[in-house]
Design a protein around this ligand. Structure first.
Ligand SMILES: Nc1ncnc2c1ncn2[C@@H]1O[C@H](COP(=O)(O)OP(=O)(O)OP(=O)(O)O)[C@@H](O)[C@H]1O
Ligand SMILES: [Mg+2]
Length: 466
């Protein structure tokens, strides 16, 4: 619009001005006076358009967010009988947007009216001026008609210019958002990054971290180190900072204090993209993509063969899932495909982590949605993987039975490591770990005693130390 209108107006205005100045000096001045008048009216009046548009954009974004949320949680919404309530809420937002849009349209129409009236008024004034000049014999009738027609070149686009200003105001609101997004600082990358192709050791030295929106540090002064072949476990109450620790470990966050060293190279200097290719990560909330089982696996390693895929699925105890899948690896899961349970999702994401043949394997509550038999099976897999494949394994679990075999267990409490050692040492210390263990063993005992639990795995030896 800017190119079309402004360019056309400029050409027209220049032409008419030159011609008018040759007829009489006062006419170009009258034409010129229209520009500041119209410009001021448009700019001042259209300011409110921006204000309204800003609210409309914010409300529309909120509506899109709310709709996505309620659709994603449709099961919760329906099961709690909240469908009607959600519907009303979404409709209320839509209504609000409609009202704002109407207000904006009404306002823009008012602006157009004022602009049009102003243009017509100025036009009539110029007409009167020219008529006066004819009567004064300073201008011929021919020149009068020529100028009358030429003035269309000026006033037509001029009126349109008002619309451009209005559209610009509307766009300005969105442009401001766009600008804010672009002002978000990019993740700093090291100048000459060190590639970690073979992760041999890993250490945290006095690492502290506070979330951007957190008031207290999620991790405080955490130090530990691990070598290839070792298994570390982090346990502790909910909110102790275990997930935060893992996110720091894979480079999603940067420590506020202290350093994370990969092969003695500080996290500031490591090429994280390259390093992450060595990581197998099973997150607390397993995330899969819609697509086939194969696509979900190949996602992390496009070159894997079917045999490798089947092997990792077997190791992750996901055969039962494959048994249900009619088209084998090509079976589509998720949206529009086979629905899978929370546990199956976890098993698939474990298989995905294993397929990468990583050097650093991270399991954040990887077995929390599995029954204890499957959990035992997967724990065995994890133990096998860590024993045979030369990897650093980091385990996080609430169920302590899954971390028994770890070389070192760290107990986190409110972001600090409060205890550290192997299972037996920690039990002997009779601290927080011992308390947690006692409680879980107590729970398990009651479960094992129940008559309907045939084949339940007995507790590992040494488990009932307390
Ligand atoms: N994105 C975030 N912004 C602000 N605070 C956060 C964020 N994520 C976590 N926290 C806070 O940091 C602390 C540690 O959280 P974290 O998720 O690491 O706990 P966790 O030990 O993994 O707990 P859980 O066992 O329940 O998974 C908590 O107090 C939590 O409220
Ligand atoms: Mg967590």
């Amino acid at each position: 619009m800017f190119v079309n209108l402004v360019f056309l107006t400029l050409v027209g205005v220049t032409f008419v001005m030159v011609y008018a100045s040759r007829v009489h000096w006062s006419i170009p001045l009258a034409f010129l006076a229209t520009v500041p008048i119209l410009f001021t009216i448009s700019t001042v009046l259209s300011r409110r358009v921006k204000v309204i548009q800003k609210v409309i954009v914010a409300e529309t974004t909120a509506l899109a967010g709310a709709t996505t949320e309620s659709l994603r949680n449709i099961e919760l919404v329906k099961s709690l009988g909240l469908a009607k309530q959600e519907e009303l809420r979404l409709n209320a937002t839509t209504d609000k947007i409609l009202r704002l849009e109407l207000r904006k349209v009404r306002y823009i129409r008012s602006i157009s009216f004022v602009q049009g009236t102003a243009v017509n008024f100025i036009r009539t004034c110029i007409l009167l001026l020219m008529l006066y000049l004819i009567f004064q014999r300073e201008m011929s009738v021919g020149q009068f008609f020529a100028l009358l027609f030429y003035s269309f070149f000026i006033f037509g686009p001029m009126q349109e210019l008002g619309n451009v200003v209005n559209i610009f105001r509307e766009t300005e609101a969105s442009l401001a958002n766009f600008d804010a997004i672009f002002r978000i600082p990019v993740d700093p990358k090291p100048r000459d990054p060190v590639a970690i192709d073979d992760l041999r050791e890993l250490s945290f030295t006095g690492v502290s971290f506070t979330h951007a929106t957190g008031s207290t540090p999620a991790l405080a002064d955490v130090s530990f180190s691990a070598r290839r072949g070792e298994t570390l476990a982090f346990v502790g109450p909910s909110g102790a900072g275990k997930t935060t620790l893992v996110k720091l470990l894979v480079g999603l966050y940067r420590p506020s204090h202290g350093a994370i060293l990969y092969n003695q190279v500080s996290n500031e200097r490591v090429d994280l993209d390259r390093f992450r290719e060595r990581i197998g990560f099973v997150t607390q909330d397993a995330q899969l993509f819609s697509g086939s089982i194969r696509e979900n696996l190949l996602f992390v390693r496009p070159s894997a063969t079917d045999a490798q895929c089947l092997d990792v699925l077997r190791r992750a105890a996901a055969q039962s899932l494959l048994g249900r899948a009619e088209q084998g690896l090509d079976t589509v899961i998720g949206e529009g495909g086979m629905k899978i349970s929370g546990g199956e999702k976890q098993r698939l994401s474990i298989a995905r982590a294993l397929l990468r043949e990583p050097q650093l394997l991270v399991f954040d509550e990887a077995t929390s949605s599995l029954d204890s038999l499957t959990e035992e099976e997967i724990s065995r897999t994890m133990r096998d993987v860590t024993a045979t494949a030369d990897v650093i394994t980091v385990l996080i679990a609430h169920r302590l039975s899954t971390v028994l075999h770890a070389d070192r267990i760290f107990v986190l409490e409110r972001g600090r490591i409060v205890e550290e050692g192997c299972h037996d040492d920690l039990l002997a210390r009779k601290g927080l770990y011992y308390a947690m263990w006692r409680q879980q063993v107590g729970e398990r005992r009651t479960v094992t005693a129940a008559p309907l639990a045939p084949g339940r795995t007995p507790l590992p030896s040494g488990a009932i130390a307390g």
